[in-house]
Design a protein around this ligand. Structure first.
Ligand code: F6R
Length: 609
């Protein structure tokens, strides 16, 4: 949450920072700001709302030559979106400028201490204590660097911080703890961002900061100091293997639709080089170095949040059925505070699109000392989770820009299917059929796109309801949970996901003609039971939209409206069902006039608890 961008080098620092902020806007879009130094004078500009507003104001100032700048796009945690609460924050003399992602947990205490020493505050944020504290520490420390480091040591919480000092226009100071920060290395210039997407079209050479590292960056070099271990750290730049092209919108009206439409190539990229039916193998290079350890694993705990958690639930069904290994899926936010027995033969598998989700990182940290295998399914290459796990499988879905996760879910479920097949070591009768089916899926997804017009019509028909129930069984159950999440987050319609088998245990009470149900009734051993659930709903005047398998006759007889998906194996149905539900939610939200890429109150990458 929140995006940081910085630049130090030759010229056009502000232009780079503003462009970078625009590409990081998905991390937060309440307000944005930038600080730069021009001829020894600091200039700070802030705007409530989107980065566009900031750009317009900066253009009116005609700032041309700037060699250093820091900027921020905010997702409000402490205080409403306002100019005063927008970053960068500064000390009273306006000589120190700070941008910050994360949360300073001891900010109240620090604020009270600073106020007692005469410091006054203009914002409600936790961040504002930082420039004042640096200012205070400058009174006793010999250099800005020392004052910055002392300040960082006094902060509790999670942060990525960058600071500028007006008397050091050739320096940018940064620090990180549990919040991502990447430094791009250029020719006589350095770039800074909380996400590599902001810098990848300027350089592919990057250095990731790790926890407790503080860096002093100049145009020509950088020095990294680990303040916990009190040592200097030498780091070589790594090469980013992102494809900058993929983040462009092209002809699509928004990223959500573009990303839904990327599903065929997402599946393709996730299986390329991994699924080899001719050789009868499923090879996951990312797990190679832990293959031996995997032999001794008798339980897997999956941790994730939101959509990634629902992908994990699909994975639970897949891995248990295909590989015969017991799986438990836990919300990372619960797992990290839970006291549970955890044996060395249990592997922890973290699933995350961004690789930066605070709760998922905390879950991995919790088991750090247990000596257990920590695996990851991550989309963002080089992200914190990708780097802190022992082994893992990349999703290769390319950057996901829209806040609502769509193609990442598709990639995660595809990878989970591959992991299940890989762990089964070919012992399941589903081995060959599933490999074959995974290869056929991209075309089947395209067939769903052909019926998008029908899905849109249904979305228009149902857009004005204020409640929605999603039900499914077995593989359809996690799909129901994910469908409900997708609808609520972008259309703001109240939606609940339930196992269809639970209807009589409570949810049926909600059903009347104003409370429609989205029923996942695709072919499978439990279809008849779901059809009975639909009948029970219809008997109570509830409207039903069902997803059924092409060729099926029974569902249309009971459901008011039916959307068909191509025939596929039960295990791969979630991939097709998800596309239908994503499109349905998308069209409902568009029909309601919402910004589907930037839903209210949300941000992509939940990097604070
Ligand atoms: C929903 C959505 C979120 C994320 C969740 C986890 O559409 O995008 O629920 O899935 O915040 O994020 P990652 O996968 O980045 O850990």
């Amino acid at each position: 949450m929140c995006g940081i961008v910085g630049y130090i080098g030759k010229t056009k620092a502000v232009d780079f920072v503003v462009d970078g902020l625009q590409s990081l806007e998905y991390r937060g879009y309440d307000s944005a700001g930038v600080s730069t130094i021009i001829d020894g004078q600091a200039v700070t500009t802030k705007q409530v709302g989107r980065v566009d507003a900031l750009r317009v104001e900066l253009e009116s100032l005609s700032i041309n030559k700037t060699a250093v700048a820091v900027g921020h796009t905010r997702w409000a945690t402490h205080g409403i979106p306002s100019v005063n609460n927008a970053h960068p924050h500064f000390n009273s003399d306006k000589t120190i400028f700070v941008v910050h992602n994360g949360i300073i947990e001891n900010y109240q205490e620090l604020r009270t201490m600073l106020q007692s020493k005469g410091y006054s505050f203009v914002s409600e944020t936790d961040t504002e204590v930082i420039p004042h504290l640096i200012d205070l520490n400058l009174k006793t420390e010999k250099s800005f660097q020392k004052a910055f480091e002392k300040t960082i040591e006094e902060l509790d919480g999670a942060y990525a911080i960058s600071a500028l000092h007006v008397s050091e226009p050739d320096s940018l100071y940064v620090a990180r703890l549990s919040s991502p920060l990447v430094i791009g290395v250029g020719d006589g210039e350095h770039f800074l961002a909380s996400d590599a997407t902001a810098i990848m079209d300027r350089t592919k050479k990057v250095i990731y900061l790790d926890d407790y590292e503080v860096a002093h960056i100049t145009p020509d070099g950088l020095k990294i100091h680990n303040i916990r271990d009190a040592v200097q750290v030498q780091k070589e730049a790594e090469l980013l293997d992102y494809d900058a092209e993929k983040a462009a919108l092209g002809d699509y009206p928004n990223f959500m639709l573009k990303e839904i439409h990327e599903a065929p190539q997402t599946i393709q990229s996730a299986i390329r080089g991994r699924i080899k039916p001719e050789a009868n193998t499923v090879k996951l290079g990312g797990l190679d170095n832990v293959m031996e350890q995997l032999q001794f694993i008798d339980r897997i705990v999956i941790v994730a949040c939101g959509t990634s958690y629902y992908a994990g639930l699909v994975g639970e069904y897949l891995i248990e059925e295909i590989a015969g290994i017991p799986v438990e899926v836990q919300l990372a936010s619960e797992f990290k505070y839970r006291n549970e027995p955890f044996s060395r033969s249990t592997a922890l598998l973290a699933i995350s699109q961004s690789g930066e989700t605070a709760d998922t990182i905390a879950a991995l940290k919790k088991v750090e000392s247990y000596g257990v295998l920590r695996l990851g399914i991550v989309n963002a290459v080089g992200s914190t989770i990708a780097r802190m796990t022992d082994a893992g499988v990349y999703c290769h879905a390319g950057p996901e820009q829209s806040v609502a996760s769509t193609k990442a879910f598709i990639a995660q479920v595809t990878v989970l299917t591959e992991i299940a097949l890989n762990l089964s070591e070919g012992r399941t009768p589903l081995y060959k059929p599933l490999m074959k089916e995974l290869q056929a899926l991209p075309d089947k997804v395209k067939q769903i796109f052909e019926s998008d017009g029908d899905i849109e019509k249904l979305a228009h028909k149902y857009k004005d309801y204020v409640d929605f129930l999603f039900i499914g069984r077995k593989y359809g159950y996690p799909c129901a949970l994910e469908g409900a999440l997708k609808l609520k987050e972008i259309s703001y319609i109240h939606a609940e996901g339930y196992s269809a088998g639970e209807m009589k245990h409570g949810p049926l009470a909600m059903i009347d003609k104003q409370f429609p149900t989205f029923a996942i009734a695709t072919d499978g051993e439990l279809l008849e039971k779901t059809v009975s659930n639909i009948e029970e709903i219809r008997a109570r005047k509830g409207k039903v939209v069902a997803i059924a398998t092409q060729g099926n006759k029974s569902v249309a007889k009971v459901a008011g409206d039916v959307i068909y998906i191509p025939e596929t194996l039960e295990q791969t149905q979630p991939l097709l069902i998800a596309i239908v539900m994503q499109l349905f939610s998308y069209h409902v939200a568009m029909a309601k006039g919402h910004n589907v890429d930037r839903p209210r109150n949300l941000a992509k990458s939940v990097t604070v608890e």
